[in-house]
Design a protein around this ligand. Structure first.
Ligand code: UDP
Length: 272
């Protein structure tokens, strides 16, 4: 996509899924340039659980691959890219989304909030402009609507042309939603933000800074929200085994190539 080639960020692959090597500043510059050029931008915040889900879900797979910017949200993604010998740092989606809100405020832009419980999203619609001066909330809606209601909700929200759209329905609901309705927000930066509304509203706590620094936020979430075991418990080991398996296969291929006798090498004069 053109927005990708416009920056100097590199793209890596994790189990075949693209991930952009970006820090917050670079990601924000991509967002700014989308705003300035009036282009739509879909940002996916990739983690290990999402990769494993996409391997079994052709629709999610397609949506991730077609996103304009895919940020390394999860520690597993960072681990896999580093294991393959490339340097990368984690960029949590919740932090990029908060930074995007701040930037939007600084330039007087507007945001639409979709998802979360009614009392949470309405509290945020009230609080965010105070937290980020200059920010306008052009509209909001809770995330507990039926498929039939979705269209009229989006019609309502898109009428005000928000420049930032944050969708907090969890994976993969939010990705399906974005895929289906992005064309109604043709000039917006759209980010699927999972449970970020709950955190911003003070309903859910993020891991302490030390755990975040040690890339153990996932462990904190498992400990504080044990129902996640069902979802993450199987996905993480599955992801880990696949990444290590891929790496070993790659190393084997290299070794096999090295082991083959190189008939030309003998006849080539050496420089020493
Ligand atoms: N949610 C929603 N509608 C739904 C299901 C979930 O609005 O039908 C919201 C829920 O209230 C929560 C968020 O989506 O705020 C999902 O948060 P979670 O941390 O589970 O997302 P993840 O990032 O793990 O996918």
């Amino acid at each position: 996509m053109s927005t990708l080639s416009a920056t100097n960020r590199s793209r890596q692959k994790v189990l075949g899924y693209p991930v952009d090597v970006v820090d917050q500043e670079l990601a924000l510059s991509v967002i700014e340039s989308a705003w300035q050029n009036g282009k739509g931008l879909h940002i996916v915040t990739l983690n290990a659980e999402m990769v494993v889900a996409a391997q079994q879900d052709a629709e999610l797979d397609r949506i991730i691959r077609h996103a304009h910017l895919i940020i390394p949200d999860g520690a597993g993604i960072v681990w896999a890219v580093r294991l393959a010998g490339q340097n990368i740092y984690r960029l949590p989606g919740i932090e990029l989304a908060a930074a995007a809100l701040e930037r939007a405020g600084q330039s007087g832009r507007s945001v639409a909030l979709i998802g979360g419980r009614d009392e949470i999203v309405s509290r945020l619609a009230h609080d965010l402009p105070m937290r980020y001066p200059g920010l306008k909330v052009s509209g909001y809606h809770h995330g507990y609507f039926t498929i039939d209601e979705a269209e009229s909700i989006v019609d309502d929200l898109s009428r005000h042309n928000p420049e930032l759209v944050l969708v907090a329905l969890g994976v993969p609901k939010q990705e399906y939603f974005i895929d289906r309705f992005a064309s109604q927000f043709p000039h917006a930066v759209i980010i699927g933000v999972g449970g970020s509304f709950d955190v911003w509203a003070g309903q859910v706590k993020r891991a302490p800074a030390l755990m975040r620094r040690l890339h153990l936020e996932w462990l904190y979430r498992l400990a504080t929200e044990p129902w996640r075991w069902r979802r993450i418990g199987a996905a993480l080991p599955n992801f880990g085994f696949q990444v290590v398996g891929d790496l070993l296969k790659g190393a084997n291929k290299k070794n096999n190539k090295k082991g083959k006798p190189d008939t030309q090498a003998d006849s080539t004069p050496r420089n020493e």
